[in-house]
Design a protein around this ligand. Structure first.
Ligand SMILES: Cc1cc2nc3c(=O)[nH]c(=O)nc-3n(C[C@H](O)[C@H](O)[C@H](O)COP(=O)(O)OP(=O)(O)OC[C@H]3O[C@@H](n4cnc5c(N)ncnc54)[C@H](O)[C@@H]3O)c2cc1C
Length: 290
C-alpha cells in the first residue's frame, strides 16, 4: 500500500523542529530513522498531515561520557550504539541487546531515540532504559524536562512525552564496577520482535544477589520491573529454592497479553524460563557457581 498524502518539512535546527511541533500539534509526526514510521504510514495505520524530518539535527547524534553518565543523542543510529566502545565498556547490557534489534539494514537507519519514543512493548531499548535507570530528556519550545525511565512508559505506544516535545537525549548511569548485567530474549527468528524478554541488572557476590532489577518486556503493554520477583530474589543466594520462589512471585507481576506469537500462558512460561536463565548467567558472570 502507499502512504496517505502528507507534507514533508526538513527541520534545519532544533528550534525549527520544536516550532513545527508547536504549530502542528497532533497532526505532526517526527521522522527519525523512519523504520517504524514509514511502514505504519504505508499500511495507513497512521495518517499525520506533516512529517518533521529531524535527520539534519547533528547535535542530537553521538555518544559521550559525562562523569559516570553515558549520554546518547536521540538521533544516534542503532548501528553506532552497537559499535560504540563507550557503550561496550559502560553499558554492556545495551551492547548485548542491540544485535537483537531488528536486522542490519534497519539498524543502519533506526535510531535509539525513535525506538524509545515509539515504545513498542516488544522492543529492546525501552526495556534496557528501564533496567539501567536511564533518564529521558525531552525538549519543547518552553524548555527541557527530565523524565526517569520508571515514569516514561505508560502503555501500548504511550509515553510521558507530550506531543510538542522531542526526545533529545538519553542519560544512562554507567554500569557500576561490582554490578553485572544480562540480556536475553526469545524470538521466532533472530531480528524479529521478541515473544518474551528479560533484562537483569544488579549486584551478585558469589551466589548472593543484591539490588537486582529484573525488567520484563514483550509480554505486557510496556516494559515493567518484576517487583515481586525482585523482592523474592534480593538478599538471597541463587539456588533452586530461590528460583522457585522468584518464578512463583513473577505470577503476581505479569499479566501477559496473548497475541499472534503466543498465548498468555505460554508467555508466562517463557518469562519464567528466561528468569532462570538470566540469573544463572548473572551468577556465572559474577564469578559464582550457578
Ligand atoms: C521488519 C522490522 C523489524 C523490526 N524489529 C525490531 C526489533 O526486533 N526490535 C526493535 O526494538 N525494533 C524493531 N524494529 C523497529 C526499529 O528498531 C526502528 O528503528 C525503531 O523502532 C524506530 O526508530 P526510528 O528511528 O526508525 O523511528 P521512526 O520510525 O522515524 O519513528 C518512530 C516513532 O517515534 C517517533 N520519534 C522518532 N524519533 C523521535 C524523537 N527523537 N522524539 C520523539 N519522537 C520520536 C516518530 O514520530 C514515530 O512516531 C523493526 C522494524 C522493522 C521494519
Amino acid at each position: 500500500m502507499k502512504a496517505p498524502k502528507f507534507s514533508y518539512i526538513r527541520a534545519d535546527s532544533l528550534d525549527h523542529a520544536l516550532e513545527l511541533l508547536d504549530k502542528h500539534g497532533e497532526d505532526a509526526r517526527i521522522l527519525a530513522g523512519g523504520q517504524s514510521l514509514m511502514p505504519t504510514l504505508n499500511m495507513r495505520l497512521s495518517q499525520p498531515e506533516v512529517l518533521v524530518d529531524i535527520n539534519r539535527l547533528n547535535d542530537l547524534k553521538g555518544i559521550s561520557l559525562d562523569g559516570d553518565t553515558v549520554v546518547i543523542g536521540a538521533l544516534t543510529r542503532h548501528i553506532d550504539v552497537m559499535n560504540s566502545d563507550i557503550v561496550a565498556e559502560h553499558l554492556p547490557l545495551i551492547a548485548e541487546a542491540m544485535p537483537h534489534v531488528a536486522h542490519v539494514a534497519i539498524r543502519n537507519r533506526g535510531t535509539i531515540g525513535g525506538s524509545i519514543a515509539l515504545s513498542d512493548p516488544a522492543a529492546e531499548m525501552p526495556a534496557c532504559a528501564l533496567a539501567l535507570g536511564a533518564t529521558l530528556i525531552v525538549q519543547s519550545s518552553s524548555g527541557k524536562r527530565e523524565i526517569p525511565a520508571e515514569e516514561f512508559f505508560h502503555g501500548l505506544y504511550e509515553t510521558a512525552r507530550a506531543e510538542n516535545e522531542l526526545l533529545v537525549e538519553i542519560r544512562y548511569p554507567s554500569q557500576k564496577k561490582d554490578n553485572v548485567s544480562v540480556f536475553m530474549e526469545l524470538a521466532r527468528r533472530h531480528g524479529d520482535y521478541a515473544i518474551a524478554g528479560v533484562c537483569a541488572y544488579g549486584k551478585v557476590s558469589g551466589n548472593m544477589v543484591e539490588d537486582m532489577r529484573l525488567v520484563y518486556f514483550a509480554s505486557e503493554d510496556r516494559p515493567i520491573i518484576g517487583e515481586n520477583a525482585v523482592a523474592a530474589l534480593n538478599g538471597k543466594a541463587w539456588c533452586d529454592e530461590t528460583k522457585d520462589a522468584v518464578t512463583s512471585a513473577l505470577e503476581n507481576d505479569l499479566d501477559p497479553m496473548a497475541n499472534l506469537h503466543g498465548s498468555a500462558t505460554m508467555k508466562m512460561h517463557l518469562q519464567k524460563v528466561l528468569t532462570g536463565r538470566v540469573m544463572d548467567t548473572a551468577v556465572t558472570r559474577a564469578g559464582g557457581a550457578s
